[in-house]
Design a protein around this ligand. Structure first.
Ligand code: PLP
Length: 426
């Protein structure tokens, strides 16, 4: 138990989760590697919860931050802020949303809060549809719509939320259906729910559930939902906090796997755009964004230093086609992990897209989630010099693998070998 851990326990909230029995203090990083205070080096397969998008200490981002900090660190939205306008222009264009407006926040939680504010104001309703097993952040409104009680520390709510099937197949009757049957069943469930309600403001959904265990619904689910929502005038909020910026390899945004009926009405983003600098935000078409009837400011959203980091990071990401790299290297890693998974009874499923891969663990010979095994693999991987994440709803039995998108084939192979060793040790 380090001295810093004891000081942490004495002053931080009990509910602030830490990984590892002997928690790690990271001191620096480079590329896909990080080092701890004891000088141990780790291959980072979790990228600061999908936030270190390009690489640790990427010189282009570091320079943009220090150059901007040397000029002016903060100006607030009361003044014209060139890096903010430039980043907004690029995100508006990339979003696919017509006549898009962008509002910057400092986290994914706040981005979802702002999206909920917009949707409820636009539709004059506080009814929200959210997905079962979803996670949208930790503010009062974000926890109140989060579809998993384990991450929702209060039953009080400023919003009235109804939970929809579809984000995860689970182990019930839905598990047996084909993709098309699954979509039909979820649409029927949604229609049924809407038949019993009036004036719902929006559906919020992660295209791939992140904290929920990297579960992808079949492609086209949200396009099918969209048809129903449009008939009822209900907005679709895509929470792209984990799935944006090319993370999933095939697409720049997660919603594009469901794009048949166009982009979402509101898109929220955060994590990877700043490569670790705190940037979040909302994109919506002007008519939705401008429905708020009040003057407002943001003290820290759009702050020049974070925006300069975002611009440099986005430029690097696009110029080096890291989305393509995520597709190629992620595809190889997925195959390799599937082969490892097939050779052990502890693995129920290896799934994912690009560099967003989940390995779901079960007790051998059963279909029961095995959270202890997930913790044991996390610890063993650490011993082997590899950092990974875990998640997956109530039982946290999914290993989450989401390295920076610049991961090389050799590093993918190295990480897979450590994971294989850790799984064999169960
Ligand atoms: N939405 C999703 C899908 C997330 O995964 C997260 C965080 O993990 C959030 C929102 C909240 O973002 P933040 O932690 O930046 O507030």
């Amino acid at each position: 138990m380090t001295d810093l851990y004891q000081r942490h326990r004495a002053v931080m909230p009990d509910w602030l989760a830490l990984y590892y029995e002997d928690p790690i203090e990271l001191t620096h990083g480079e590329g896909r590697h990080v080092w701890d205070a004891h000088g141990n080096k780790y291959l980072d397969f979790f990228g600061g919860i999908l936030t270190t998008m390009t690489a640790h200490a990427l010189p282009e981002v570091t320079k943009a931050v220090s150059d901007q900090a040397a000029r002016i660190i903060h100006s607030s939205t009361l003044y014209l802020d060139r890096p903010m306008v430039e980043l907004a222009e690029r995100i508006a264009q990339l979003s696919g949303i017509p006549d898009a407006r962008v509002f910057f926040t400092t986290s994914g939680t706040e981005a979802n809060d702002a999206a909920l504010l917009l949707a409820t104001a636009h539709r004059r309703s506080n009814q929200i549809l959210a997905m079962r097993n979803s996670y949208h952040g930790r503010s009062f409104s974000a926890v109140s719509i989060t579809g998993n009680r384990g991450w929702s520390p209060t039953s009080l709510s400023p919003l009235q939320t109804l939970y929809v099937h579809g984000g995860v197949r689970g182990r019930g009757p839905y598990a047996q259906l084909s993709d098309a049957e699954f979509i039909d069943a979820c649409v029927a469930d949604l229609e049924d729910m809407l038949g019993q309600t009036r004036g719902v403001a929006a559906l919020i959904a992660e295209p791939i559930q992140g904290v929920g265990g990297f579960t992808s619904p079949p492609d086209g689910l949200y396009a099918a939902f969209r048809e129903v929502l449009q008939r009822h005038g209900i907005l679709w909020i895509a929470d792209e906090v984990q799935t944006g910026w090319g993370r999933t390899g095939e697409h720049f945004w997660g919603w594009q796997a469901h794009g048949r009926n166009g982009p979402p009405d509101i898109l929220t983003f955060a994590k990877g755009i700043g490569n670790g600098m705190s940037i979040g935000g909302v994109v919506a078409r002007a008519e939705v964004m401008n429905c708020l009837d009040a003057n407002s400011i943001s003290t820290f959203g759009g702050s020049p230093v974070t925006m300069a980091a975002g611009l440099a990071n986005l430029t690097y990401l696009l110029e080096h086609d890291l989305q393509g790299n995520a597709r190629r290297v992620g595809g190889l890693l997925l195959e390799r992990l599937r082969a490892i998974g097939a050779s052990t009874e502890h693995v129920r499923e290896v799934r994912g897209r690009g560099l967003m891969i989940g390995v779901e663990l079960v007790r051998p010979g059963t279909d029961e989630a095995d959270p202890q095994a997930a913790t044991a693999v996390l610890e063993a991987a650490r011993e082997g010099g590899l950092l990974i994440g875990k998640g997956g709803g109530h039982n946290t039995s999914v290993l989450r693998i989401a390295p920076p998108l610049s991961l090389t084939v050799a590093e993918a192979e190295e990480g897979a070998a450590v994971l294989e060793h850790a799984l064999r040790g169960l």
